[in-house]
Design a protein around this ligand. Structure first.
Ligand code: NAP
Ligand code: ZN
Ligand code: ZN
Length: 352
């Protein structure tokens, strides 16, 4: 029997999200059926709902920071049992045979990962669903290989945003080998930014936040930042020149980055995480003079996501969340558009 599912969906770029019903597939042999308890609200959801990337197919149920409890498992499922606390992030499948998939970096799958929402559904989809639909919903069915285990010490609401925000910052911090002695700057203190600060500080780095105002300064320090810069403060920005080994840029909008490149030390890297679609000029002189790099990074693989969850549990890291009823999603998007988020909205699906 397909699983009747209630959700909130975007139906057009210029319309508020609205209640939506559809059916999830009954768990197949390798599937885990999950009762969604909480779903984080990522800025990518807003980009997709508003069709910022130009490829949204409506109606779309956003949500890829899913935390819930297993309600049923298929015959081949060995990793999970009914009652387990589990999470689902940005992908629900991938080809499993290409080099990145074999190396555990399924997010870079060559033919393309199956995203949690908005991808063609390789499992044929439930009755009225030809593309995957995300976690702003009360049920989801996912192959066991793409389901994560949430450590007992992290409450489900504060764990949900780890499934995207948490892994998206953890992966570059690990890739660029951040540890004691590293100097890391985090640009933008939103959902991703606040995870980057907590994780980098726990790895032993000296962390600086670069923000658009001083509104979040006290929070940044509480999260582990040693320094706080306002991006329009020319004197403070000039004084910070050549100081960072890694800049984690989480800004969700087009902005000037050439000046930020000057903040990198020799061999430093600025990693771009925001899904901006316009060109952001950088200049060769700024790069070559100190062998600097500008890079990008996309979420993280399944194995690394589990490692990140366990790292967060071991270091008492969780997300700072504002838990809301799903019918307040449009208000959350409006506030997110104004950077008025501390530091992740999370939908409580019990209040659907
Ligand atoms: P968020 O919570 O809205 O935070 C974004 C932050 O960027 C804001 O809090 C603000 O920080 C800063 N900001 C916003 N507009 C700005 C502007 N015009 N100039 C300078 N700073 C600005 O968003 P999020 O959920 O963290 O996501 C951030 C971006 O990453 C989004 O584009 C999202 O789609 C993308 N993303 C990428 C991946 C990936 O795999 N690469 C994964 C998840 C999300 P302050 O208040 O401190 O100024
Ligand atoms: Zn996301
Ligand atoms: Zn693949």
């Amino acid at each position: 029997m397909p699983i009747a599912t209630r959700a909130f969906a975007a139906v057009a770029a210029d319309r508020p999200l609205e209640p939506y019903s559809f059916e999830r597939r009954d768990p197949g042999p390798d599937d885990v059926a999950i009762d969604v308890k909480f779903c984080g609200v990522c800025h990518s959801d807003l980009h997709v709902a508003h069709n910022d990337l130009g490829n949204t197919r409506y109606p779309i149920v956003p949500g890829h920071e899913v935390a819930g409890v297993v309600s049923a498992v298929g015959a081949n499922v060995t990793k999970f049992k009914v009652g387990d606390r589990v999470g689902v992030g940005c992908m629900v499948d991938s080809c499993r045979t290409c080099a990145p998939c074999r190396e555990g970096e399924e997010q870079y799958c060559v033919p393309g990962m199956t995203q949690t929402y908005g991808s063609a559904d390789p499992k044929g989809g439930p009755v009225n669903q030809t593309i995957t639909q995300g976690g702003y919903s009360d049920h989801i069915t996912v192959d066991q290989n793409y389901v994560l285990s949430i450590p007992d010490s992290i409450p489900l609401d504060a764990a949900a945003p780890l499934l995207c925000a948490g892994i998206t910052t953890y992966s570059p911090l690990k890739h660029w080998k951040i540890g004691p002695g590293s100097r890391v700057a985090v640009v933008g203190l939103g959902g991703l930014g606040h995870m980057a600060v907590k994780q980098a500080a726990a790895m032993g780095a000296e962390v600086t936040v670069i923000s658009t105002s001083d509104r979040k300064k006290a929070d940044a320090e509480r999260m582990g930042a040693k320094h706080f810069l306002i991006n329009t403060d020319k004197a403070a920005m000039a004084a910070a020149a050549e100081s960072f080994n890694l800049i984690i840029n989480t800004v969700s909008a087009t902005h000037e980055i050439a000046g930020q490149v000057q903040l990198l030390a020799k061999d430093g890297t600025m990693v771009m995480l925001g899904l901006t679609t316009e060109g952001l000029p950088v200049y060769a002189m700024g790069l070559l003079w100190r062998r600097r790099s500008v890079a990008g990074s996309l979420i993280g693989g399944i194995r690394e996501t589990q490692e990140m969850l366990d790292f967060c549990a071991a270091n008492a890291i969780a997300c700072d969340v504002e838990v809301i009823a799903p019918d307040r999603i449009n208000e959350a998007y409006e506030r997110m558009g104004k950077s008025d988020v501390r530091y992740r909205f999370v939908l409580d699906m019990a209040r659907l």
